[in-house]
Design a binder for this molecule. Structure first.
Ligand SMILES: [Zn+2]
Length: 64
């Protein structure tokens, strides 16, 4: 009955206990499947920091 969360970088569902890295962003604790995803997030948190974007695609980008 482990809780699962979505890796904001790759969109994968992961178990919190299996997260390779965590990051607190704007008061939310985010979990990552790998160090690589964590590094990607840290490198560009605004690209990934919007939970409403669930498609994992690139549509809607371009506004900054
Ligand atoms: Zn990932």
């Amino acid at each position: 009955m482990a809780d699962t969360v979505k890796d904001p970088v790759c969109g994968m569902d992961i178990r919190i206990e299996d997260a390779a890295a965590t990051e607190v962003h704007e008061g939310r604790t985010l979990h990552f499947c790998s160090k690589g995803c964590h590094q990607a997030f840290v490198g560009d948190p605004h690209r990934y920091g919007h939970p409403g974007t669930e498609h994992g695609g690139h549509e809607g980008h371009g506004h900054h």
